[in-house]
Design a protein around this ligand. Structure first.
Ligand SMILES: Cc1ncc(COP(=O)(O)O)c(C=O)c1O
Length: 442
């Protein structure tokens, strides 16, 4: 199929400043994706690439779903845009209702954004405003976690724990943020099947931070139930429950960032349900529209929403985006949720998890492999760094897999996998087979 991508020249690549990309390296040897359907991408020169990462953890129902295309096209014909400040449109209310149906019990309200980063900043702002509206305005501190990723807004990089994200903008980070230690512990947990046995005690660090600052100054804790972007760090058994208990004891809100764990990735609609721990707010994005149209949301519990509704008449939360609940995004999301429900995709990872884990655990003993972690349809293969060149082995593995027709994601020396939830067993075999060939050849 002729696409404009086929005719891109080296000069055509310069104008675009690519995000989270080594621009010079990429432009010297570009990887251009031109077409997608089901589990596959095709490159501009027609090579088939099996998508082992659902685009970027977002295309959970597979590519090119006609139901979404039709819903988006129909919505553009009916009404292209409608403001949602002091106005409404049917899709926004319908989508909020559908979302709270699949959300953990008690999270009954949805505030729409356009991305994971915006969802995180929105949740942090709601947390501050909620304490204030209840007369506890001294609660202004946030607690994040080392190796946490919460997007790229100033709020998100402040509570996040990724050094390069924080280094450059250190002077502009939010004041009053502490970080829990991360839970990644290869010495005790390498090659564990399922959740790690060791590390629940790291939740007690929260007590230490509370003792230091006093609970009356702390607004919220934000963590990813499974940290995705820093290489699939699974919560040790009992850890999340303990964090919830400590937050409850001190009146601190708990926010789960489910931007990647939402929409079936773990085998339940949300990781909160999978792990039996309900936060006060969930931030989500990505899978809500199957990656077709940018959208995110914050789900909030009744006690949060209701506190705002007790205040003086008028705008209760001075916050929102021009494109909050954009009609086209709502149409895409409603069609996506319909597919998830009809095809049982929000729990399908559970039925494949054993085979997925089995295939991944075969990597124990392969060259360079120092850990394998899986949960639901998520996997990390952690590789030993090359001497003095952290990330080089991971990058080489990513490029070699791409050359052999499989798209994986690389974070430092960790290879992360998170395929569309429609994946079949033969495709699981192909992904791990290719990765294994690549590692054996290094
Ligand atoms: C846990 C988490 N939070 C927030 C984000 C940011 O989302 P976005 O890139 O849509 O702003 C991401 C993106 O990967 C994420 O994994």
């Amino acid at each position: 199929m002729a696409t404009p991508a086929e005719s891109l020249t080296r000069g055509d690549l310069e104008a675009l400043w690519m995000p989270f990309t080594a621009n010079r390296q990429f432009k010297a040897a570009p990887r251009i994706l031109a077409r997608a359907s089901g589990m596959q991408y095709w490159t501009a020169d027609g090579r088939e690439i099996l998508d082992a990462v659902a685009g970027l953890w977002c295309v959970n129902a597979g590519h090119g779903r006609r139901e979404i295309t039709a819903a988006v096209a129909a919505q553009l014909e009916i009404m292209d845009y409608a403001p949602t400040f002091q106005m409404g449109h049917p899709g926004a209310f319908r989508l909020a209702n559908e979302l709270v149906k699949i959300a953990p019990a008690g999270l009954d309200h949805a505030f729409f954004t356009n991305s994971g980063s915006e969802s995180v900043d929105t949740a942090l702002k709601i947390a501050l405003a909620w304490h204030r509206v209840r007369g506890e305005g001294t609660r202004t501190r946030f607690i994040g976690r080392e190796r946490g990723y919460h997007g790229v807004g100033f709020g998100g990089i402040s509570v996040g724990g990724i050094a390069p994200n924080r280094k450059t903008w250190s002077a502009a980070l939010l004041p009053g943020v502490d970080h829990l230690p991360h839970t990644h512990d290869l010495a005790r947990n390498a090659f564990t099947r399922g959740l790690p046995e060791h590390g629940a005690e790291l939740a007690e660090e929260l007590e230490r931070i509370v003792a230091l600052h006093d609970a009356s100054n702390i607004a919220a804790v934000i963590i990813e139930p499974i940290a995705g972007s820093t290489g699939v760090l699974l919560p040790p058994k009992g850890y999340l429950k303990r964090v919830r208990e400590i937050c409850d004891r001190h009146g601190i809100l708990l926010i789960f960032d489910e931007v990647i764990t939402g929409f079936g990735r773990t085998g339940s609609p949300f990781a909160s349900q999978e792990f039996g721990v309900t936060p006060d707010m969930i931030t989500l994005a990505k899978g809500i529209t199957n990656g077709c149209v940018p959208m995110g949301a914050v789900l909030a519990g009744k006690r949060i929403y209701e506190a705002f509704m007790q205040g003086p008449e008028g705008i209760e939360l001075f916050h929102g985006y021009t494109y909050s609940a954009h009609p086209v995004a709502c149409a895409a999301a409603l069609a996506t949720l319909g597919i998830y429900e009809r095809e049982g995709l929000l729990t399908r990872a559970r039925t494949l998890a054993k085979d997925w884990e089995e295939a991944a655990q075969q990597f124990k003993g392969l060259p360079h492999v120092i850990d394998v972690r899986t949960y639901g349809l998520i996997c990390a293969i952690e590789l030993a760094a090359q001497a003095g060149k952290p990330g080089a082995r991971g990058y080489e593995t990513f490029v070699k897999c791409f050359e052999r027709g499989v798209l994986v994601r690389q974070t430092g020396d960790i290879i992360a996998l998170s395929p569309p939830l429609i994946i079949e067993r033969a495709q699981i075999a192909r992904i791990f087979g290719t990765l294994s060939e690549v590692l054996r050849a290094q």
